[in-house]
Design a protein around this ligand. Structure first.
Ligand SMILES: CC(C)(COP(=O)(O)OP(=O)(O)OC[C@H]1O[C@@H](n2cnc3c(N)ncnc32)[C@H](O)[C@@H]1OP(=O)(O)O)[C@@H](O)C(=O)NCCC(=O)NCCS
Length: 150
């Protein structure tokens, strides 16, 4: 599915387009590299990209300039992952376009009471707060945890 920013078939307010599909492994690697994120195991990348619940790419003239993914069990737990916009396209509303699509996915698919979480990169919590995400720890919730890399 491809559409402009308004999502309603009217004239697009931005040259960027949304494609509701996963990035290819090459597109994904290029997006990560553009924001300084390291290389990953190729098999793991392929499995990850096909295993997401929802994926969206932002394109300009057919080239992928950003992406966003939702992973989880599709019932109780959902995590926002890999919200990335290449640096030369940042600050132009592409991240908002991607997050708006992700939030539409949650409104359509996540049932009441489902957990929707994310791990914000340094300095990016404010971007997600705009969509209703709140930082932990907060009253009643301890900090998140992750397994140490071996
Ligand atoms: C975070 C990121 C996706 C934002 O994308 P972007 O295309 O630059 O964001 P947009 O231009 O759509 O910004 C949308 C709004 O969010 C705001 N915003 C953007 N980054 C922000 C930040 N780090 N903190 C608070 N607000 C932020 C913008 O000011 C803008 O506000 P406005 O609508 O009032 O003008 C992008 O900076 C990025 O890819 N960074 C590197 C990868 C990364 O760290 N991703 C997050 C992983 S958790």
């Amino acid at each position: 599915m491809v559409r402009g920013a308004d999502g309603a078939g009217g004239p697009p307010a931005t040259p960027y387009r949304l494609e509701e599909r996963p990035p290819t492994p090459d597109e994904y690697r290029a997006l990560r590299a553009a924001v300084g994120w390291g290389a990953q195991d190729e098999e793991a990348v392929r499995a990850a990209l096909t295993g997401a619940l929802y994926s969206v790419c932002a394109t300009l003239d057919g080239a992928v300039v950003g992406c966003g993914r939702v992973v989880g069990d599709g019932g109780l737990y959902y995590y926002v992952q890999d919200i990335v916009v290449t640096p030369r396209h940042q600050g132009r509303g592409v991240g908002r376009l991607i997050m708006d699509a992700v939030m539409r996915y949650f409104r359509a698919h996540a049932r009441r009471g489902a957990f929707i979480g994310l791990m914000a990169a340094d300095g990016k919590a404010g971007f997600y707060e705009r969509y209703g995400f709140a930082a932990r720890p907060s009253p009643g919730f301890g900090p998140g945890m992750q397994l140490r890399p071996s």
